[in-house]
Design a protein around this ligand. Sequence first.
Ligand code: HEC
Ligand code: HEC
Ligand code: HEC
Ligand code: HEC
Length: 420
Amino acid sequence: MKKYKRTVILLIIIALALSFGCGPREEPEARDPVDEDPRVVVPSPEDMLVAAEDWKEEYPLIYESFIRTSRMQDNKVEDSSLGGLHPIDYLKKYPNIITLYEGMGFSKEYYIARGHYYALEDVINTSRPKPGASCLACKTSEYEKLYVEHGDDLFARDFQKTSQEISHSISCYNCHRNEPADGEIQITSPHFALGIEKLETTPKAGTQACAQCHVEYYLDPETREVILPWDNGIGVDEIESFFDERDYYDWEHPRTGTPLIKVQHPEFEMYTGSIHDQMGVSCADCHMPRVEENGQEYKSHWAKSPLKTVEESCGRCHGADNEGLIAQVQEGQREIESLQVQVSDMLVKLIADFGVALEEQELDDDTIDQLRSLHRKSQYRWDFVFVENSTGFHDYDKARETLESAKEYAREALNILEAQ
Ligand code: HEC
Ligand code: HEC
Ligand code: HEC
Ligand code: HEC
């Protein structure tokens, strides 16, 4: 499709047609209640309120809580030499990933995610390669402004050059545009505006806001557009089949030649269909609960671990035993983490043995293809759970089943190698 036409259509989908509410639409049943509000308009770039400070006076408590995303813990002073809190180095914590991600950026540098306050700074500072301005899609409140200005040409535009033109990390604009009053959610990320059309059900507003970014995605190899691989559904197998149908891979493992998929952060996909999702709990209900401080009640905007606000986030359903509930969460997480490490141990062995067998030319072409296919399937499933940031909590059953099937694929490959 022509670039110009694409941009116009997308902007129409995400806003303009809706601002005139009664205009004819081709697919009325696909309408999204969040966007139905007739006030939804894309402001012209000079009118976009992209700084969180723009709302400081009107919503002081919300603003202050939002700024707390610059901390990871209560009242901890930030370490200024690191531009914030101490990042956790995954390469030290999980050394197996140096082997699993060999041949790509994440084997050289991989820190734990931090708060929204740091999103822009962290993407600029990472030494991993950035193939285009698309990498800013989830890091700044100014992305829509750039998109209105550049259209689809934005995606492949030089990252460095584009990041010098902006200065704000994620802010109110990402989820509310210029209309935060009443907590109305507006979708501003172009990829999610398209992605949501592929979903079978419409997530709650407090989930949509987060699914703009906390999802699996890939960049179109030519245009660098951010694409949500949801055409077949958002389950682990459906997303894999989307990539398989396109022979898509992010990189080839240097030792085994396996074309691998690097999963990103599929919180939305993992969460969808879970017990809590079925109960109608949104991401924001747990991560940004309504809280009371000094006698004033407000909607916290400190997106962080809900275990820091168990009473407010969970108490209404789980009662008053906060410590007991935290222990229950962590027990589940420990189980998932230990299974995750077990699978990664198997993958390390698979990569080593497969690499040696290839070097020694022991394998025929069919066996090589079969082993690569098993490696791809197993590592994709392991990665899906590993990079999902809740260590399984968002859906323990799904996380466990996914790792169990990763284990089976790895076991099958190891058996083939042993039989050689
Ligand atoms: C990551 C997305 C996100 C960002 C960023 C964000 N909000 Fe919100 N905001 C939400 C969600 C989600 C809700 C609750 C809506 C719901 O659950 O239906 C909300 C609710 C609100 C409400 C209504 C509160 C109430 O008592 O009901 C206001 C006002 C608001 N936000 C202001 C702001 C301001 C000001 C900023 C910037 C400092 C901001 N928001 C940043 C997602 C966001
Ligand atoms: C515009 C994109 C965007 C939106 C919208 C967004 N996030 Fe994030 N979020 C990020 C990025 C990027 C990071 C990592 C920032 C960093 O490491 O510098 C992050 C980090 C986080 C973290 C801390 C990271 C961690 O693993 O401890 C939490 C918690 C979080 N987000 C929750 C939410 C919730 C809940 C919502 C919806 C209310 C939401 N986010 C909406 C992009 C977004
Ligand atoms: C029922 C409550 C609940 C819901 C709903 C929920 N989460 Fe979580 N989330 C958690 C818990 C509990 C953790 C684990 C926190 C920990 O280990 O400290 C977590 C972890 C995370 C993390 C890592 C944060 C950290 O500090 O470790 C992110 C990011 C996140 N969730 C995003 C989301 C998104 C996006 C959604 C919606 C698609 C969502 N969550 C829905 C409870 C919830
Ligand atoms: C709207 C009500 C509701 C809220 C809010 C809620 N839960 Fe639940 N939760 C349930 C129900 C219902 C179940 C399933 C029955 C059960 O196991 O108790 C459940 C199950 C669980 C389980 C059992 C493991 C699982 O996933 O099957 C854990 C752990 C849990 N919740 C933790 C939390 C935490 C932590 C929070 C807050 C961050 C939270 N819940 C918020 C209703 C809720």
